[in-house]
Design a protein around this ligand. Structure first.
Ligand code: C5P
Length: 307
């Protein structure tokens, strides 16, 4: 549960996300989740990653990160088990920024988790990116986004998206980001199964063929996205979904239930495990949500943009 009241308080650097000052010094940032409105896998690359064509949408489901000055490094997590280790992208981001800037890794960073782990909502990547923003500010570097980009890209494929947020087209490994006009004004009902899915495992099972020339992809017209019609829903697709459905048949049941509950479309986000439905408004989405077995966690979210 959020303990913080966020309001715009970001006078120094307009590229940076909104923060809230903490009593006793330091500040907090929200760390948002994302959905992939579409995700096309163009093929496997020589470096083992996959070439993607994806549309990211930032949503209003947040973790929170608190940053306080300290002479040593201390990282704590609440709301999820086993995330305090050095493999957490927050710790990796801190080490990476400290090395790049030639300053010691220091500060007290506290992560309050709400976004499901292994859900395809990008929570871990978002935490890593927000740590780059937060530590850049805490250490007095205030690096612009353009200077944080190569660091974020080296740490994870989804991390660059969270430097920009909103609605954005992703290509390459997912790290090449083209921010788009505004958030899509739908309500999304995100349903969380009781299991997570490992992205690398799912790609391994999928066995996509090697690609050396990019297939031509019809990038759904941006005009169509914003013309207030529902034609963008036809572009909704996720090449990882069938593989995930094959591994976890329960996901098919969730998808069907979202559609039966009035969703205009329903699909897996990223590599899953979360299924989401697109609804005309949040009243219909909430009604559909109440039809799910209580063992499923769910949340009705809005697409957001930062500016
Ligand atoms: O970049 P990131 O660390 O988030 O990726 C996790 C794993 O997902 C990679 O190690 C890789 O196995 C797989 N992946 C991929 N192609 C991408 C993104 C991720 O194969 N474009």
């Amino acid at each position: 549960m959020s303990l913080l009241n966020f309001s715009p308080n970001n006078p120094d650097n307009s590229d940076y996300p909104e923060s809230v000052d903490l009593s006793g010094g330091g500040f907090a940032l929200r760390s948002p989740a994302k959905l992939n409105l579409w995700l096309r896998v163009l093929g496997k690359r020589e470096d083992g990653f996959h070439e993607l064509d994806t549309l990211f949408q930032e949503i209003d489901w947040y973790d929170e990160l608190e940053f306080r000055p300290a002479s040593d490094w201390e990282f704590t997590v609440e709301g999820a088990e086993g995330l305090e280790g050095e493999e957490n992208l927050v710790c990796k981001a801190a080490a990476c920024l400290s090395l790049a800037a030639g300053v010691p890794r220091c500060g007290q960073v506290h992560l309050r988790k709400s976004i499901p782990v292994g859900g395809g909502l990008g929570g871990g990547s978002s935490n890593g990116t927000m740590a780059l923003f937060g530590l850049s500010r805490l250490w007095g570097l205030n690096w612009p986004v353009s200077r944080l980009e190569p660091l974020a890209a080296s740490l994870g494929s989804d991390m660059n998206f969270f430097l920009h947020g909103g609605l954005a087209h992703g290509s390459g490994r997912g790290e090449k980001i083209e921010p788009l006009k505004s958030a899509y004004p739908s309500s999304f009902l995100v349903v969380v199964p009781h299991f997570g899915i490992s992205t690398s495992q799912l790609f391994k099972i999928a066995q996509f063929p090697l690609t050396d020339s990019r297939k031509s992809v019809i990038f759904h017209s941006h005009v169509c996205l914003f013309d207030n019609s529902d034609c963008w829903l036809e572009g909704l697709s996720n090449d990882l979904e069938n593989i995930a459905l094959g591994q976890f048949p329960e996901l098919q049941v969730l998808k069907q239930q979202l559609l039966a509950g009035g969703a205009q479309a329903a699909q897996l986000s990223g590599s899953g495990s979360c299924m989401y439905g697109v609804f005309k408004d949040e009243v219909i989405a909430e009604r559909a949500a109440r039809g799910f077995d209580p063992r499923y966690k769910w949340r009705v979210c809005r697409g957001i943009s930062r500016r």
